[in-house]
Structures are given as C-alpha cells and as structure tokens.
Design a protein around this ligand. Structure first.
Ligand SMILES: *[C@@H]1O[C@H](CO)[C@@H](O)[C@H](O)[C@H]1NC(C)=O
Length: 480
C-alpha cells in the first residue's frame, strides 16, 4: 500500500503540469507550506545528525541523546514553519535493517511533538547496505503531529532505481501568507546519493555520489512547467546533501575570507563527483556539471543548501569565474553549508543548525537572511544574502567546540571489532544486474562512501577516544 502511494506520486507528478501541485496536496493532506502570519517563512535546517552510531564508533558518550537536546534547543529558539533534514540523518551503516524505522521515529520525535512539518534529503550515510532510504521515506510518510496532520513532505518524484536516481528528489510549493492557493515559492530537494545499495543479505554495492542527469531533466522540465503555468519566474531554494564542486573551487581559488564569507572553514570540501580510493586519494570526475548548469540556469533560484562537510558552514555567492570548474561562471547563486547538528559523525565544532528566513514581500529582490543557531542559543555567522553579499564585511565567527565526554581509553583491539549489523564487504559478484553494470562503467574508482571498515581498522582514521578530537577533524572526505 505504501509503495503504491509512492508509485502513484511518481505517476501523477510526472504526468503533466497541473497535477504537479495538486498531487502533492492531495497526497499529503497538508495544505502546503504557507508563509507565516508575519509574512515570513522560517526554515530550520538540521544536517548530519548521524543518529545510530554505537559509542564504540567514535568514543563519544550519549551522542544521540545530546543530538535530540540540540534539536529541541534550536527549535525552541526558532519556532520554524518548516524543518529540513538535509542528509546523513543516520549513520545507517551501523544500524540493523529492523531498527531503521524506530531510529527515524526518534529523530523526528521533536518535530512530531511540536507539529512542525519536515522535508528530508538523504545523505551518503543514510543509504547503506542495511538501510533503505525508500523504506525510511515511506515510514515518514504516515507520520502525523499531535494535531493529527501529516508532517512529512519527503517523497520521490523521479522514478528509477536507487543506484541511478536516489530517493529524495521532489519539491514543495510554498503559498502566500494570506492566500493558501497563491503560489509564491518552490523548495527543491535533490538526492546526491553515495552510500550503498540496500541489500541486507547481499554484498556491498557502492553508489555514485552526484545528482543524476535524469533528476536534472526532471528539475529543468518541472521548473519550465511552473514558469509556463504561472507566466512568471517562481522564486525558489534548493537542498542537497553533498555540495557541488563549485564550492570547493571557490574555497580553493575564490578568495574566500572569514569576513566576507563568515563561518567555519576547517577542512577541504568534499563534493559531488569526488571519487576516493581506499587510501583517501580523491579525484574529481566532473559528473555534477549538468546539475550545476541547471542550478545556475534556473531563474529565481536564490540559494542551495548542503551539509556533508562538518567543518565548513559558510555561504558564498557564485558570481565570479571559478577556475577548474565547469561551468566556470556563476550567476550570483548563493551556495551555503549547514552546521553539523549531530553528536554522531566526525568533528566536535559546537553543534547547531542553519536558519533561513525569507520575507514574502522581498521575494522579487532575491534576498534572504540566514544564520547558524547554536545549541546553547547563541547565533553565529548571521548574514544577509543580498546583492552585495561576498563584498559586505561581517564579524568573524568564533571557532568553538561542544563539550563532549569521551569513553575511557580502551585497547585498540576493542575498536577492531566489526559491528554485528555490518556484514563484511564481499567481493563484487560476477552476476551483476544491468544497472550495476551501468553504474560501474561510469566510475573509475571507488566513490566517497561510508567506510566502517576503514574507520575500524586503519590507524589513520580510527578513533582515539582520549585525544580531544584533533584526530576527528582531519581533512579527509571519505568519512564525511
Ligand atoms: C546587504 O546587507 C548588508 C547587511 O545587512 C547591508 O549592509 C548591505 O547594505 C545590503 N546590500 C544591499 C544591496 O542592500
């Protein structure tokens, strides 16, 4: 039955122009997102929550409990209209298949209690051998708040196998504060995939880490249909877990400074199309070029929000030419990183969430306000993404860490055990399906995926529970 709902959505959302919006409303029973009574739309973005890691994974005590408290604190401070869970909600390579849904229940409990609608993009750690992002999306689909309303917008609007298109490709229409039928804005969600194919009893099959061309076609087509149907550009925002390569190009050659792009800048950005081998040697294959082109060619798209890189949380305006990036020249699109929200996952920078506020009356001006709300209530990196962002000067951001208690030091042998929920990767079977073959042929080396094996056995990336965690802040991409 649940699968039927998703299939029905695929069918109705790809069928033509009008059903695109109606299907969403009919299917969710939710009157769409509306600008609030103050004519503002307030969005809280939790990113890289990394629920489900055992203490032995990184040596931190009570990680998930502390993450829930971070979420509650941020929500109490911000009272958002919508929450975006922007990927790596879980470290699902540690989670047994039968536990995935109850883990999702824990993650969204603070939203359910507060009746806050939410939308998910899945990340490379959510899609594992043991966890299906499709099954988790379906599980979310039926969730209701204490007021009886459906809360989840997380769905799949692009049909195809997980290994090709991923799961969380869809949109949410945003309506006027005063008129629930007047479309004002769109929120786009994309699946940058990565991780593994869900096959609890099968082998380890890695998945490419970029937004697929088929999804890009859906994005372009849907965006054009809105434009035609409404006879005007509909302003929008986009969310995708793994950032596009332009962010890395900007970090490397774009002259980013702590005053013009305030925020943490504590690691080399890992991005879509970054293909890493077992020794963390990464090469960029350019596979996100079609997606980047679509982003900058979509009129009215104001900003794209990503997580994945826990040590980076600034926003950039992509206007100048970026060497070694195709396309080189941006159109002024803002690319923003979120704050690492979870006590799971690498790095211990003070946890928090990205907050976004859009004013309905400023929609045509391409302007939005954003900041990081920290778990202790403080605000960090408060900026206005307007025409002069990138030139305006802001106070530099303090690099503060969360207090984390670590397990007592234990002999290395303890950490060499493989968790029971993670089976040993097997050599790839010779009898691959058509899609497996296709995937392989597009990749020359191993993509950036979760690697519990590496984490547990290689001293370079293994956890030293006592060292206050310099070792967790290493500039690598494979454990993101
Ligand atoms: C953009 O916002 C900053 C900070 O509020 C402000 O100083 C600047 O004048 C604004 N620029 C424009 C073009 O409005």
């Amino acid at each position: 039955m649940k699968r039927m709902q998703l299939l029905w959505l695929f069918a109705s959302m790809t069928a033509g122009t009008r059903p695109l919006i109606r299907a969403k409303n009919a299917a969710t029973n939710y009157p769409g997102i509306q600008f609030g009574g103050d004519r503002k739309l307030s969005i809280t973005v939790f990113s890289d929550l990394h629920f489900g890691e055992p203490e032995s994974a990184r040596g931190r005590h009570d990680a998930d409990f502390k993450t829930i408290n971070t979420m509650k604190s941020v929500l109490n401070n911000e009272q958002p209209n919508l929450v975006v869970l922007n990927g790596d909600l879980t470290s699902c390579e540690w989670v047994a298949p039968e536990n995935a849904n109850s883990l999702v229940d824990q993650i969204v409990a603070p939203l359910v209690e507060r009746n806050i609608p939410f939308a998910t993009t899945w990340g490379n750690h959510d899609a594992s051998k043991t966890c299906s992002t499709r099954l988790m999306s379906e599980h979310m689909w039926d969730m209701k708040g204490t007021n009886g309303k459906k809360l989840s917008f997380t769905t799949s609007s692009v049909p195809g196998e997980y290994g090709q298109v991923g799961t969380s490709n869809y949109l949410i229409p945003v309506y006027s504060s005063s008129d629930a039928s007047k479309l004002e804005m769109l929120l786009w969600f994309f699946d940058s995939k990565g991780g593994r194919v869900y096959q609890p009893n099968g082998g380890d099959m890695t998945v490419a880490n970029w937004v697929d061309d088929k999804v890009v076609s859906w994005f372009r087509q849907s965006s054009n249909e809105f434009r035609q149907q409404y006879g005007r550009v509909v302003p929008s925002l986009a969310f995708v877990h793994i950032p596009v390569h332009a962010a890395r190009a900007f970090q490397k050659d774009g002259g980013r400074t702590g005053a013009t792009e305030p925020g943490l800048d504590e690691e080399l950005i890992g991005h879509q199309g970054d293909v890493c081998d077992n020794n963390d040697n990464c090469n960029y294959n350019g596979a996100d070029t079609p997606f980047m082109k679509a982003l900058i060619e979509t009129e009215g798209l104001m900003a794209v929000f990503s997580g994945h890189d826990h040590g980076v949380d600034w926003c950039m305006k992509w206007s100048k030419s970026l060497p070694y990036n195709d396309p080189t020249k941006g159109n002024g699109l803002n690319l923003c990183f979120n704050r690492h929200s979870g006590y799971g996952g690498y790095t211990d920078w003070k946890r928090g969430a990205r907050q976004i506020v859009i004013e309905q009356d400023k929609l045509g001006k391409n302007e939005l306000e954003t900041w990081i709300r920290l778990e202790d209530g403080d605000v960090s990196g408060h900026v206005m993404l307007n025409a002069t962002y990138g030139v305006d000067h802001y106070p530099k951001v303090d690099k503060l860490k969360s207090f984390v208690s670590y397990l007592e030091p234990k002999p290395a042998a303890v950490f060499a055990e493989r968790p029971s929920s993670v089976a040993k990767p097997k050599p790839k079977s010779k009898s691959t399906t058509a899609s497996q073959t296709k995937l392989k042929s597009t990749m020359t080396t191993r993509p950036d995926v979760q690697k519990p094996k590496t984490m547990l056995t290689k001293s370079k990336s293994s956890i030293k529970p006592t060292a206050h965690p310099k070792s967790l802040d290493v500039k690598k991409s494979s454990n993101r």
